[in-house]
Structures are given as structure tokens and as C-alpha cells.
Design a protein around this ligand. Sequence first.
Ligand SMILES: [Zn+2]
Length: 181
Amino acid sequence: MNISRREFIRQAGTGCAVVLLATGGGIAAPVSVLAGSIPRPTKDDRCPVCGMFAYKYPHWMAGYVFKDGTKVFFCSPKCFFHNLFNMDKYQPGKTRDDLELIWVTDYYTAKPVNAEDPDMRYVAGSTLVGPMGWDVVPVKGVDAAETLKRDYFGEEILRLDDVTPDHIERARKGGGRKTKY
Ligand SMILES: [Zn+2]
């Protein structure tokens, strides 16, 4: 009885180790690639839209990498989108075609993610408040987006290309949901 129980535990332990190893390997590869390609702001990098230091907002910051190597860092998704819709104002002479990579921070993991990742969703009209107030919140995965929309009374779950200047203007003017329950 004792031996068989020990044997069971040993086997269960081995199985568990194998599963963990396999899972760890599967996750480690893309994360390391991602970490290498998404730059981190220095203490001197100010958000071009509002002038705040991006590094102070690790849960909200976002950025661009241009094909010429230029990097821009934002304090929040709101400034990121506002700049994207007004590139001639903030980066005169450049267009979206000059962008190599655009990234945002996933709300739940606080990890930088390619903003164009097909799994990324953007929740508009929630009660969440970022460095600049109301915002359009980046979340990775449909389930996570549904959770955030439910928990923070979001109005819409959007894909990147569905976020419009109107969504951003509403957030900039404080037009998120004002009622908290
Ligand atoms: Zn900003």
C-alpha cells in the first residue's frame, strides 16, 4: 500500500515536471523574441503628445519603431493612438508606412505586445483610468477583453483597425463612462 502510493506520487511528479518543461519551452521562445524586438524607454524619453516621461507608466506605455531606427515612446494608449492619427503633426514628413513596429502594453500582464498582433483587442469606454485619464485599454485575447469589458463596464471591444479618432477624442475629452457602480 505504502509502496504503491509512493510510486504513484513519483510518477505524478515526473509527469508534472515533463508538462512544466514543455510548457516553459513553448512560452519562452516567443517571449524572448518579443523582448528583443520591443525597445524600452530611457528616463529621457518623453511622450511626444503630452510631454510626460513614458518609463513612469510601465503598465500603460506604448511606442513606435520607425524603419529608419527612430523610436518614439508614449505614456499611454491614448497618446499612442492620437499620434498615429496625427503623424504629420508629431513626426512631420513621416507616415504609417514608415513604421517598422508599433507596440502597446497588455493590461493584464503588463508586457509589451505588438499592437498589430491578431489577438490584441482594445476596450473603449471603460471606467479604467490611465496616466492621462480615460483610455482605450489594450488587452491580449478575446477572453481577457471580455473580462475587462465586464469588470470595468467597457462599451466596445475593438480590433486595432477599428479604433477611430472618435474613440480617442472621446477618451481625451473625458468621454469614458462616468458612472461607476
Ligand atoms: Zn502621453
